[in-house]
Design a protein around this ligand. Structure first.
Ligand code: SAM
Length: 270
């Protein structure tokens, strides 16, 4: 019965016609056009970046961080600004994107950020482990749910034992009309190339329920997946904050103290 209700809610939120359309799945190799560069600089997801930083701050990350698919380094730069004590490594498959990231890092004089050209789908080439792994606006590039599942599992393999995995991406709009509305409103002003890229991004993103199903199948057990405010256009996934249990270990010197302690524990539930 409950399954039936969930199924019908899913169907009303996600009509059958609403399928992922992934047009672009190529790595940017050619020099990026002036128009695209300008758009990339001007179009920022500031609100969502700030929300992400706010969430990360609550976890108080430290140590080494890997930013997977760092692109032109927009979020990486924001991370490095906020957490100067963390050692960052940004990886991306596109040398062109990394050039842009390097420029931003050099301009700001960060000395805690390294960049590496590496395809995020070949994470098995990384031998280190990290305390924090971030991966933003990348998942929509993946061809299938199966590829996304394997990708998340490969991110988990690079995490240290108490490491934190954190990522966010767009949530696919309910229908094409909304995708067009968003691209018209937010991306059209930056030119045709960027407009089309953004439209593809909207259509290629996983819906909240698709990602929910993928996450369930991964090896990740302690995550939180949520769709925060701002019209449900984004979804966040993060390792749950560990609630450290404070263990009370009394120093019991003799048998009498032990008896008293366990009697108290039993009757008063201390
Ligand atoms: C939108 S950018 C990431 C932005 C960045 N994480 C941020 O938040 O500022 C996505 C990146 O994924 C890379 N990419 C796109 N498609 C890919 C694919 N099929 N395989 C590997 N990398 C891909 C691109 O080089 C691009 O830099």
């Amino acid at each position: 019965m409950i399954n039936l209700i969930i199924q019908s809610i899913k169907q009303s939120v996600l009509p059958q016609k609403n399928i992922r359309i992934l047009k672009k799945n190529k790595i940017i190799k050619t020099p990026i056009s002036e128009e695209y560069l300008k758009a990339d600089e001007e179009c920022n997801a500031k609100a969502i970046f700030e929300l992400a930083i706010y969430k990360l701050k609550k976890i108080s990350p430290r140590g080494k961080c890997l930013d997977v698919g760092c692109g032109s380094g927009k979020f990486l730069v924001r991370l490095a600004e906020e957490f100067p004590e963390i050692e960052f490594t940004g990886i991306d498959s596109s040398g062109e994107m990394l050039k842009l990231a390097k420029k931003k890092i050099d301009e700001r004089g960060f000395n805690n950020v390294k960049l590496k050209k590496l395809n995020p789908l070949k994470l098995n080439r990384i031998k280190e482990k990290f305390d924090l792994i971030t991966c933003n606006f990348f998942l929509h590039n993946l061809k299938s749910e199966f590829q996304a599942l394997n990708f998340i599992n490969s991110l988990l393999k690079l995490l240290k034992k108490r490491g934190v995995l954190f990522f966010f991406d767009m949530t696919r709009p309910k229908n094409n009309k909304i995708a067009l509305f968003l691209a018209d409103k937010y991306n059209k002003k930056f030119g045709k190339e960027f407009y089309e890229e953004a439209l593809n991004l909207y259509r290629a993103s996983f819906s909240f329920y698709e990602l929910k199903d993928i996450l369930k199948k991964t090896n990740w057990k302690n995550y939180e997946h949520e769709q925060p405010l701002i019209g449900n256009f984004f979804q966040f996934v993060c390792t749950k904050k560990q609630n450290k249990k404070i263990l009370f270990r009394p120093r019991l010197k003799n048998f009498e103290q032990k008896i008293n302690y366990y009697l108290l524990k039993f009757f008063w539930k201390i």
